[in-house]
Design a binder for this molecule. Structure first.
Ligand code: 13P
Ligand code: SF4
Length: 305
Protein backbone atom coordinates (compact mmCIF):
# COMPACT_ATOMS: atom_id res chain seq x y z
CA UNK A 1 0.00 0.00 0.00
CA UNK A 2 1.45 3.41 -0.84
CA UNK A 3 1.60 6.36 1.58
CA UNK A 4 -1.51 8.10 0.16
CA UNK A 5 -3.61 4.94 0.51
CA UNK A 6 -2.39 4.39 4.07
CA UNK A 7 -3.21 7.97 5.02
CA UNK A 8 -6.68 7.79 3.53
CA UNK A 9 -7.48 4.50 5.31
CA UNK A 10 -6.23 5.99 8.59
CA UNK A 11 -8.48 9.02 8.08
CA UNK A 12 -11.56 6.82 7.46
CA UNK A 13 -10.90 4.63 10.49
CA UNK A 14 -10.40 7.68 12.73
CA UNK A 15 -14.01 8.67 12.14
CA UNK A 16 -15.41 5.15 12.13
CA UNK A 17 -13.95 4.19 15.53
CA UNK A 18 -13.89 7.60 17.25
CA UNK A 19 -10.09 7.67 17.50
CA UNK A 20 -7.70 10.48 18.36
CA UNK A 21 -4.04 10.13 17.36
CA UNK A 22 -1.50 11.69 19.74
CA UNK A 23 2.15 11.82 18.63
CA UNK A 24 5.35 12.87 20.37
CA UNK A 25 7.66 15.47 18.78
CA UNK A 26 10.24 12.71 18.06
CA UNK A 27 7.95 10.64 15.85
CA UNK A 28 8.88 10.17 12.18
CA UNK A 29 7.51 12.95 9.91
CA UNK A 30 4.81 10.69 8.35
CA UNK A 31 3.34 10.03 11.81
CA UNK A 32 3.49 13.68 12.87
CA UNK A 33 1.58 14.55 9.68
CA UNK A 34 -1.39 12.23 10.34
CA UNK A 35 -1.62 12.96 14.10
CA UNK A 36 -4.37 15.08 15.63
CA UNK A 37 -1.91 16.50 18.16
CA UNK A 38 1.90 16.56 18.26
CA UNK A 39 3.56 17.57 21.51
CA UNK A 40 5.92 16.91 24.40
CA UNK A 41 5.26 14.55 27.31
CA UNK A 42 3.38 17.10 29.38
CA UNK A 43 1.32 18.48 26.53
CA UNK A 44 0.31 14.98 25.41
CA UNK A 45 -0.70 13.99 28.96
CA UNK A 46 -2.87 17.13 29.13
CA UNK A 47 -4.35 16.49 25.66
CA UNK A 48 -5.19 12.92 26.66
CA UNK A 49 -7.39 14.23 29.48
CA UNK A 50 -9.20 16.67 27.22
CA UNK A 51 -10.24 14.46 24.32
CA UNK A 52 -13.79 13.10 23.96
CA UNK A 53 -12.59 10.26 21.72
CA UNK A 54 -13.17 6.75 23.04
CA UNK A 55 -9.88 5.45 21.62
CA UNK A 56 -6.46 7.06 21.88
CA UNK A 57 -3.75 5.82 19.51
CA UNK A 58 -0.53 6.88 21.20
CA UNK A 59 2.47 7.30 18.91
CA UNK A 60 5.36 7.54 21.33
CA UNK A 61 7.03 5.27 23.88
CA UNK A 62 5.56 3.08 26.64
CA UNK A 63 5.64 5.49 29.60
CA UNK A 64 3.80 8.18 27.60
CA UNK A 65 1.01 5.80 26.57
CA UNK A 66 0.81 4.47 30.16
CA UNK A 67 0.42 8.00 31.50
CA UNK A 68 -2.44 8.63 29.04
CA UNK A 69 -4.10 5.42 30.24
CA UNK A 70 -3.65 6.24 33.94
CA UNK A 71 -5.23 9.63 33.40
CA UNK A 72 -8.11 8.11 31.38
CA UNK A 73 -9.07 4.82 33.00
CA UNK A 74 -12.31 4.62 31.00
CA UNK A 75 -10.64 5.01 27.58
CA UNK A 76 -8.78 2.57 25.36
CA UNK A 77 -5.17 3.63 24.99
CA UNK A 78 -3.47 1.81 22.14
CA UNK A 79 0.25 1.80 21.31
CA UNK A 80 0.96 0.65 17.73
CA UNK A 81 4.14 -1.18 18.77
CA UNK A 82 4.47 -2.54 22.32
CA UNK A 83 8.25 -2.74 21.81
CA UNK A 84 8.51 1.07 21.66
CA UNK A 85 10.05 1.33 25.14
CA UNK A 86 12.11 4.08 26.74
CA UNK A 87 15.33 2.54 28.16
CA UNK A 88 15.61 5.34 30.73
CA UNK A 89 12.23 4.43 32.23
CA UNK A 90 13.56 0.89 32.77
CA UNK A 91 16.55 2.20 34.80
CA UNK A 92 14.60 2.50 38.04
CA UNK A 93 12.43 -0.19 39.62
CA UNK A 94 10.06 0.12 42.59
CA UNK A 95 12.02 -2.29 44.78
CA UNK A 96 15.33 -0.40 44.59
CA UNK A 97 13.54 2.93 44.88
CA UNK A 98 11.76 1.56 47.96
CA UNK A 99 15.16 0.98 49.61
CA UNK A 100 16.20 4.55 48.98
CA UNK A 101 12.87 5.85 50.33
CA UNK A 102 13.38 3.80 53.52
CA UNK A 103 16.86 5.26 53.95
CA UNK A 104 15.50 8.82 53.52
CA UNK A 105 12.12 8.93 55.26
CA UNK A 106 12.14 12.76 55.29
CA UNK A 107 12.54 13.03 51.49
CA UNK A 108 9.84 13.50 48.85
CA UNK A 109 10.05 11.46 45.64
CA UNK A 110 9.89 13.38 42.37
CA UNK A 111 9.78 11.02 39.42
CA UNK A 112 10.34 12.10 35.87
CA UNK A 113 7.40 11.10 33.68
CA UNK A 114 9.91 8.75 31.96
CA UNK A 115 9.23 6.02 34.55
CA UNK A 116 7.06 2.91 34.74
CA UNK A 117 3.59 3.08 36.32
CA UNK A 118 4.92 1.01 39.28
CA UNK A 119 7.51 3.69 40.06
CA UNK A 120 4.97 6.50 39.70
CA UNK A 121 2.74 4.61 42.13
CA UNK A 122 5.31 5.12 44.95
CA UNK A 123 6.21 8.71 44.00
CA UNK A 124 4.87 11.90 45.56
CA UNK A 125 4.75 13.84 42.32
CA UNK A 126 5.87 13.51 38.69
CA UNK A 127 7.61 16.09 36.52
CA UNK A 128 8.61 16.50 32.89
CA UNK A 129 11.52 18.32 31.29
CA UNK A 130 9.23 21.36 31.09
CA UNK A 131 8.60 21.79 34.79
CA UNK A 132 11.28 19.95 36.83
CA UNK A 133 12.42 22.97 38.86
CA UNK A 134 8.87 24.26 39.38
CA UNK A 135 7.80 20.83 40.68
CA UNK A 136 10.78 20.49 43.04
CA UNK A 137 10.11 23.99 44.40
CA UNK A 138 6.43 23.08 44.93
CA UNK A 139 7.38 20.47 47.57
CA UNK A 140 7.79 21.47 51.22
CA UNK A 141 10.44 18.79 51.90
CA UNK A 142 14.06 20.00 51.70
CA UNK A 143 15.31 16.58 50.58
CA UNK A 144 14.13 15.32 47.21
CA UNK A 145 14.77 11.88 45.73
CA UNK A 146 14.86 12.58 41.99
CA UNK A 147 14.49 9.63 39.59
CA UNK A 148 15.67 8.39 37.14
CA UNK A 149 17.54 10.95 34.98
CA UNK A 150 20.65 12.28 36.70
CA UNK A 151 21.26 14.86 33.95
CA UNK A 152 17.79 16.34 34.34
CA UNK A 153 18.30 16.21 38.11
CA UNK A 154 21.60 18.13 37.84
CA UNK A 155 19.88 20.69 35.62
CA UNK A 156 16.99 21.09 38.10
CA UNK A 157 19.47 21.46 40.99
CA UNK A 158 20.91 24.60 39.29
CA UNK A 159 17.57 26.36 39.89
CA UNK A 160 16.80 24.87 43.31
CA UNK A 161 19.90 25.48 45.50
CA UNK A 162 17.65 25.50 48.60
CA UNK A 163 16.85 21.79 48.03
CA UNK A 164 19.02 18.73 48.52
CA UNK A 165 18.52 16.47 45.51
CA UNK A 166 19.38 12.79 45.83
CA UNK A 167 19.93 11.75 42.23
CA UNK A 168 19.23 8.35 40.75
CA UNK A 169 21.95 7.41 38.27
CA UNK A 170 19.80 6.87 35.16
CA UNK A 171 20.42 8.52 31.80
CA UNK A 172 18.91 8.76 28.34
CA UNK A 173 21.38 6.91 26.08
CA UNK A 174 20.56 9.24 23.19
CA UNK A 175 20.97 12.58 24.96
CA UNK A 176 23.84 11.42 27.16
CA UNK A 177 26.04 10.59 24.15
CA UNK A 178 25.62 14.02 22.53
CA UNK A 179 29.14 15.48 22.38
CA UNK A 180 30.48 19.04 22.37
CA UNK A 181 32.45 18.42 19.15
CA UNK A 182 29.37 17.67 17.05
CA UNK A 183 27.65 20.86 18.24
CA UNK A 184 30.73 23.09 18.00
CA UNK A 185 31.54 21.90 14.46
CA UNK A 186 28.08 23.06 13.33
CA UNK A 187 28.47 26.30 15.30
CA UNK A 188 31.77 26.95 13.47
CA UNK A 189 29.98 26.82 10.13
CA UNK A 190 26.88 28.70 11.35
CA UNK A 191 28.13 31.18 13.97
CA UNK A 192 24.77 33.01 14.18
CA UNK A 193 22.83 29.87 15.06
CA UNK A 194 21.38 29.63 18.59
CA UNK A 195 22.18 26.37 20.37
CA UNK A 196 19.08 24.78 21.95
CA UNK A 197 19.46 21.55 23.93
CA UNK A 198 17.29 19.23 26.00
CA UNK A 199 17.94 19.05 29.78
CA UNK A 200 18.60 15.30 29.41
CA UNK A 201 21.99 16.31 27.91
CA UNK A 202 25.13 16.24 30.08
CA UNK A 203 25.99 19.41 32.09
CA UNK A 204 28.93 20.28 29.77
CA UNK A 205 26.47 20.37 26.84
CA UNK A 206 24.01 22.55 28.77
CA UNK A 207 26.94 24.89 29.51
CA UNK A 208 27.72 25.55 25.83
CA UNK A 209 24.05 25.95 24.86
CA UNK A 210 22.16 29.24 24.66
CA UNK A 211 19.09 27.58 26.19
CA UNK A 212 17.86 24.24 27.53
CA UNK A 213 14.20 23.41 26.94
CA UNK A 214 11.67 20.60 26.83
CA UNK A 215 10.74 19.74 23.25
CA UNK A 216 7.65 21.99 23.29
CA UNK A 217 9.73 24.64 25.03
CA UNK A 218 12.03 24.60 21.97
CA UNK A 219 9.11 25.02 19.57
CA UNK A 220 7.74 27.95 21.60
CA UNK A 221 11.15 29.58 21.91
CA UNK A 222 11.91 29.34 18.16
CA UNK A 223 8.59 31.09 17.39
CA UNK A 224 9.51 34.01 19.68
CA UNK A 225 13.26 34.24 19.02
CA UNK A 226 14.82 36.88 16.77
CA UNK A 227 17.37 34.28 15.62
CA UNK A 228 16.96 32.76 12.16
CA UNK A 229 19.10 29.64 12.63
CA UNK A 230 19.18 27.02 15.35
CA UNK A 231 21.30 24.01 16.32
CA UNK A 232 18.91 21.47 17.81
CA UNK A 233 20.42 19.34 20.60
CA UNK A 234 17.71 16.75 20.89
CA UNK A 235 16.14 13.96 18.80
CA UNK A 236 16.45 15.06 15.19
CA UNK A 237 12.85 14.53 14.00
CA UNK A 238 11.62 17.43 16.12
CA UNK A 239 13.05 19.46 13.22
CA UNK A 240 10.09 18.31 11.10
CA UNK A 241 7.67 20.09 13.43
CA UNK A 242 9.99 23.09 13.77
CA UNK A 243 10.21 23.49 9.97
CA UNK A 244 6.46 23.07 9.55
CA UNK A 245 5.57 25.67 12.17
CA UNK A 246 8.41 28.13 11.43
CA UNK A 247 9.21 27.69 7.71
CA UNK A 248 11.22 30.94 7.56
CA UNK A 249 13.88 29.56 9.98
CA UNK A 250 16.72 27.06 9.52
CA UNK A 251 17.45 24.09 11.75
CA UNK A 252 20.63 22.04 12.08
CA UNK A 253 19.98 18.65 13.66
CA UNK A 254 22.62 16.34 15.16
CA UNK A 255 23.29 13.17 13.14
CA UNK A 256 23.86 11.18 16.33
CA UNK A 257 20.55 12.19 17.96
CA UNK A 258 18.20 9.42 16.89
CA UNK A 259 15.93 7.59 19.35
CA UNK A 260 15.37 4.13 17.81
CA UNK A 261 12.50 3.47 20.22
CA UNK A 262 10.50 6.39 18.86
CA UNK A 263 11.11 5.18 15.27
CA UNK A 264 9.37 1.85 15.92
CA UNK A 265 5.98 3.42 15.16
CA UNK A 266 5.21 3.41 11.42
CA UNK A 267 2.13 4.28 9.33
CA UNK A 268 1.55 0.57 8.63
CA UNK A 269 1.56 -0.22 12.37
CA UNK A 270 -0.79 2.70 13.09
CA UNK A 271 -3.25 1.41 10.49
CA UNK A 272 -3.05 -2.12 11.88
CA UNK A 273 -3.70 -0.89 15.42
CA UNK A 274 -6.69 1.13 14.20
CA UNK A 275 -8.17 -1.94 12.51
CA UNK A 276 -7.74 -4.19 15.55
CA UNK A 277 -8.05 -1.48 18.24
CA UNK A 278 -4.96 -2.98 19.87
CA UNK A 279 -2.50 -3.60 21.39
CA UNK A 280 -4.06 -1.88 24.39
CA UNK A 281 -2.17 -0.57 27.41
CA UNK A 282 -3.21 -2.80 30.30
CA UNK A 283 -2.34 -1.87 33.90
CA UNK A 284 -3.70 -3.15 37.19
CA UNK A 285 -6.49 -1.06 38.76
CA UNK A 286 -4.54 -0.56 41.97
CA UNK A 287 -1.40 0.67 40.16
CA UNK A 288 -3.49 3.02 38.03
CA UNK A 289 -5.17 4.49 41.09
CA UNK A 290 -1.86 5.01 42.90
CA UNK A 291 -0.01 6.40 39.87
CA UNK A 292 -2.78 8.88 39.05
CA UNK A 293 -2.18 11.10 42.08
CA UNK A 294 1.47 12.07 41.30
CA UNK A 295 0.53 12.68 37.65
CA UNK A 296 -2.48 14.78 38.62
CA UNK A 297 -0.37 16.79 41.10
CA UNK A 298 2.12 17.50 38.31
CA UNK A 299 -0.61 18.66 35.96
CA UNK A 300 -1.99 20.95 38.66
CA UNK A 301 1.45 22.65 38.87
CA UNK A 302 1.52 23.02 35.05
CA UNK A 303 4.25 24.01 32.61
CA UNK A 304 7.46 25.65 33.73
CA UNK A 305 8.80 26.82 30.38
P1 13P B 1 9.85 16.06 26.33
O1 13P B 1 8.83 15.94 27.39
O2 13P B 1 10.68 17.30 26.43
O3 13P B 1 9.23 15.94 24.97
O4 13P B 1 10.90 14.89 26.50
C1 13P B 1 10.56 13.56 26.37
C2 13P B 1 11.71 12.70 26.14
O5 13P B 1 11.63 11.51 26.16
C3 13P B 1 12.99 13.34 25.90
O6 13P B 1 13.94 12.40 25.57
FE1 SF4 C 1 13.66 7.66 26.25
FE2 SF4 C 1 15.80 9.05 25.49
FE3 SF4 C 1 14.15 8.09 23.64
FE4 SF4 C 1 13.42 10.13 25.22
S1 SF4 C 1 15.04 10.11 23.68
S2 SF4 C 1 12.19 8.34 24.71
S3 SF4 C 1 14.42 9.55 27.15
S4 SF4 C 1 15.40 6.91 25.08
Amino acid sequence: MDKKELESKIKDLKEKHNIVILAHNYQIPEIQDIADFVGDSLDLALKATKTDAKNIIFCGVDFMAESARILNPDKNVIIPDKEAKCPMAAMVDPESLGWLINENPDADVVSYINTTADVKAISDICCTSSNGAKIVKSRSAKKIIFVPDRNLGLYVQRFTPEKELILWQGICPIHHQIGKEEILQIKDKHPDAEILVHPECRPEIIDIADHAFSTNGMVNHVKKSEAKEFIIGTEKDICHRLKKETPDKTFHSLKSAVCPNMKKITLEKVLKSMESLGPKIELSEIIMQKAKLPLQRMMDVGRGD
